[in-house]
Design a protein around this ligand. Structure first.
Ligand SMILES: [Zn+2]
Ligand SMILES: [Zn+2]
Length: 262
């Protein structure tokens, strides 16, 4: 399958003007109100479109075991009410005025994170999951502005175009959704290290995130063995590298013992 790689920005992320931050949309969602509690129907607020934002009508959201871990607060203190969902597929319903990667009607997906600093070495090398400032997770996270993030157990989401992936026409949105975490978690180490290697085991961006909450982050180092991630993507890009789960060689070996938590 092919994905559109998030474009690597070379400048600081644009910040919404004050008028845009005040314009929001309320959409239905399923939320865990407290740790371990049954899900309830509720609503969440989505920001109005910024210049590079994409509004997505969510068609599917995979249920990842990471969602269960976090809804039960098994990975440390969570943000509640919590709307999980980081295997999101759907259709672009609207785009901001300067969006270039996606058009209304495009079939798209969103994975584990929805923003990063775009300036650190990791971000500039297409390894945004290792952002030295800390990537903004799709849910149970906070935007750099401090606002909570809510995931795909909802009907719509607004995401910067750089963190929205293109889903090929031949791939159903239902089967594409779980590829955005569970699928990429297994594909990424195979792509990076190749089959037969015993030097790594699958993990996920969520697991990295969870681990990083209790340990100091090891400075990211450029990947040395895998093929290069394509340069900043164009909308017509036909191939890309996974962007969510590669494990840098400098990570402490104890981290590689973590089992997949997808
Ligand atoms: Zn960064
Ligand atoms: Zn997951």
């Amino acid at each position: 399958m092919t994905f559109l790689t998030p474009r690597v920005a070379t400048s600081a992320p644009p910040r919404l003007p004050a008028y845009a931050r005040r314009m929001t949309t309320t959409v239905p969602a399923l939320a865990a109100p407290t740790p371990g509690a049954p899900f309830e129907r509720t609503t969440v607020v989505r920001r109005d479109l910024g210049t590079h934002d994409v509004l997505i009508d969510i068609a599917y959201a995979g249920i990842c075991h990471s969602d269960i871990h976090q809804a039960r607060e098994e990975w440390g203190k969570g943000i509640f009410p919590m709307v999980p969902g980081h295997e999101i597929t759907g259709t672009v319903a609207a785009v901001g005025p300067e969006v270039t990667h996606h058009l209304v009607g495009d079939r798209v997906g969103v994975g584990c994170f929805v923003d990063s600093c775009r300036e650190c070495d990791a971000c500039l090398h297409g390894e945004e999951q290792f952002c030295e400032k800390g990537a903004v997770m799709t849910y149970n996270g906070r935007q750099y502005s401090g606002e909570e993030t809510y995931g795909g157990y909802s009907t719509q989401i607004v995401v910067d175009e750089r963190y929205v992936l293109h889903i090929p026409d031949g791939l159903g949105l239902d089967v594409a959704a779980p590829l955005l975490c569970a699928g990429i978690t297994t594909y990424s180490p195979l792509r990076r290290w190749g089959p037969g290697s015993t030097s790594t085991s699958p993990s996920s961006a969520w697991a990295d995130w969870a681990t990083s909450r209790s340990r100091s982050r090891t400075r990211w180092a450029p990947r040395s063995r895998c093929s290069a991630t394509p340069s900043p993507s164009r909308r017509t890009a036909s191939a890309s590298a996974p962007t969510t789960t590669s494990r840098p060689p400098t990570r402490p070996s104890s981290r590689t013992s973590a089992r997949a938590s997808t």
